[in-house]
Design a protein around this ligand. Structure first.
Ligand SMILES: [Zn+2]
Length: 174
């Protein structure tokens, strides 16, 4: 698959190196890379000298051909338009960072619509002004679990699957 070299400078000890990183992942062919995206380790590097974790970001495409799903991170508008033209039957989502990418892949793995998850996250934020960030966590026993980040702590909040279905239906009706 395709790679790029990423320049890494450790913030802890200024160790400098280049690492090979993937710019395209096809989850059916590369299940271990999919796992790394889900675990949030795909765009990190551990410094061999001081063991600090260095995070990086670059243009990246996740292409699940079975689910006809494209998740694009930091791609140019031109590339995104080309992908839309080349794969008109696929759904294309854009994400801004590896955490959003991981969340989108998780939602897809749980067979949930990413845009409906985003709407549920907005609803949770509306219900509580103190919440700074909401992250989709898991789907279990007819409940969707979200991690809500507050200024000084985190809380898990559950949303029933029926609420997800309502949001999804509304999205369709629009
Ligand atoms: Zn270091």
């Amino acid at each position: 698959m395709r790679h790029i070299l990423v320049e890494i400078t450790c913030r802890g000890c200024a160790y400098h190196t280049h690492v090979k990183s993937h710019t395209l992942v096809k989850p059916q062919l590369e299940p271990t890379l999919k796992e790394r995206i889900l675990q949030g380790t795909m765009f990190t590097y551990e410094c061999p000298r001081c063991h600090s974790i260095v995070s990086f970001i670059h243009s990246f495409l996740y292409h699940d051909s079975e689910r006809r799903l494209l998740i694009a991170m930091a791609l140019s508008d031109k590339t995104i338009n080309t992908l839309r033209e080349q794969l008109p039957d696929s759904q294309l989502y854009t994400v801004k960072n590896p955490q959003q990418l991981s969340e989108a892949v998780k939602a897809a793995e749980d067979r949930l619509a990413i845009e409906s998850i985003e709407l549920l996250k907005k609803q949770l934020k509306k219900q509580d002004n103190e919440i700074q960030e909401v992250i989709y966590h898991d789907y279990e026993n007819q409940m969707l679990w979200f991690t809500c980040r507050y200024k000084n702590h985190e809380e898990y909040k559950a949303v029933p699957y029926t609420a997800y279905e309502q949001v999804k239906q509304k999205g369709r009706d629009r």
